[in-house]
Ligand binder design. Structure first.
Ligand code: FES
Length: 134
């Protein structure tokens, strides 16, 4: 994509966020934020027992890049397995959003992925805790 197409891609996700809003019955919820600016993203997940994202949504407030990134990531993650998501790193997300556009704002771009990973880790901790309960 050329520079203008990347800008349009980000603006489209910001103005028309995918999978936006709370998710009733979510099995994992996590709110993440960037301390410096106060921008926030909350992910809601429903994870199948086999480790596939059955449903995902997000809510948030903040800059164009952080919210567009959360929208893109929610679309990307839908239907993926946790293993597949685990292979997505900051660089992959930055490339998907347009490295030239977000290179000065990488913390904005990666807030969504850090928050999604935290939601998944929380779910995994809860599963382990449930198994060791007497
Ligand atoms: Fe806060 Fe972008 S300015 S996440």
């Amino acid at each position: 994509m050329d520079r203008q197409a990347q800008i349009d891609f980000i603006l489209d996700h910001y103005e028309n966020p995918r999978h936006y809003g709370p998710l009733p019955g979510a099995t994992a919820v996590w709110k993440g934020g960037n301390r410096g600016c106060g921008d926030v993203v909350t992910f809601y997940l429903k994870v199948e027992p086999i480790g596939r994202i059955a449903d995902i949504s997000f809510e948030g407030e903040g800059c164009t890049i952080s919210q567009a990134s959360a929208s893109y990531l929610s679309e990307f993650a839908s239907g993926k397995t946790l293993d597949e998501l685990g292979r997505l790193d900051h660089n992959d997300l930055i490339d998907a959003l347009g490295r030239e556009i977000v290179t000065q704002r990488t913390r904005c771009a990666t807030l969504s992925l850090d928050t999604l990973r935290a939601a998944i880790r929380k779910r995994e901790r809860e599963l382990v805790a449930a198994q060791i309960k007497p």
